[in-house]
Design a binder for this molecule. Structure first.
Ligand SMILES: [Zn+2]
Length: 133
């Protein structure tokens, strides 16, 4: 009788550890359940179902989360790189714009799918959804 409550959390932990890492599968843009199927049908458009395990991805709604995380990561990084370049080499302001605007755009576009993948994977893993009244 007393062993059951202690065993249950252990089994739950073991089951969670058997699942693929939500961070890793998210960064690879893979299915949160099997870790194999593709998550996206387009650049940021989610597939309807996982092509490997058939998981219905209709639950996924990351909203603006990926864009916020990308902004918070790319902006300080680009500012830091611009400051370092400005300290190391004396270059005119227009050259900073020519360098850092494309870097900002490319980094942001490159990081959006993996960040969205991580948030969708974490949403699945934690069974997160909007609250209801
Ligand atoms: Zn799958």
């Amino acid at each position: 009788m007393g062993a059951r409550p202690r065993l249950r959390p252990f089994l739950h932990q073991e089951a969670l550890m058997a699942q693929p890492s939500p961070i890793l599968t998210g960064l690879l843009c893979r299915c949160p359940r099997c870790g194999q199927g593709r998550l996206f049908a387009g650049y940021l458009k989610l597939a309807q179902n996982c092509d490997r395990c058939g998981l219905d991805l209709a639950f996924a709604d990351s909203g603006d989360g990926p864009a916020v995380f990308v902004i918070f990561m790319v902006a300080p990084l680009v500012i830091l790189m611009a400051l370092v370049l400005g300290a190391v080499a004396s270059i005119p302001p227009w050259l900073h714009l020519v360098i850092w605007i494309p870097v900002t755009v490319i980094l942001s576009l490159a990081l959006l799918p993996p960040f969205k993948g991580v948030l969708v994977n974490l949403q699945f893993r934690n069974d997160a959804h909007e609250g209801h009244q």
